[in-house]
Design a protein around this ligand. Sequence first.
Ligand code: AMP
Length: 221
Amino acid sequence: MNIILFGPPGVGKGTQADNMVKNFNLYKISTGDLLRNEIKKNTNLSRKIKSKINQGLLVSDKIISDLIVKILSKKKYFNRLIFDGYPRNLNQAKSLDLLVKKYNQKISCVLNLNIDKESIIKRILGRLVCAKCGLTFNKYFNPPQKKKYVCNLKYLKTRLDDNKITIKNRLGVYTKKTLPILDYYADQGILYKIDGRRKINQVCREICDIIGSLGTWLCKL
Ligand code: AMP
């Protein structure tokens, strides 16, 4: 089964996706991470991507679709993907449906994580990402602990787009372009609503229950 983790920036999609990978035989695909990797290549394309991300705007659907095709077409990931931060508009949602059909796969559920605006801002401004291993922590809600984090603290960085001005744009884009997709998935009967304001392990437990009910064969434990 492929799963979409849906929700506003800062709700904890990345953290929950990491937890899901620990518990299930699934792979996390974050379009944000894929784009940040592209940026490191320092090409014309990467400069375009960087400019959009730094403004808090969406990168073009064509760029995203090319990245997704590379992943969906790989045997290793067949029906085992967690999409984090994708799709982000209706066009991407429809394109994903066509692509999963083309590669004989399926979207089994869309997990919609909800949270209020004030908490989003606090979570985004507290976010720390390890430049070495990619793990995400939060200064206020999920500080790095020795048992969970093995890299040196110096690798923990704040993302360039995690600032007050860009957050405003990202939230505007989310409300205008991303939220409307929910009706599309509700109509397909695969939408699950999850209260993302709770503690990380509480949200994780609910997600595990949902996935477990859809396919126990995916459990690692
Ligand atoms: P994220 O890491 O999911 O918070 O994404 C960071 C930024 O990458 C977003 O603000 C967008 O500029 C860009 N981005 C990530 N995923 C997508 C997507 N599916 N479509 C368009 N832009 C994206």
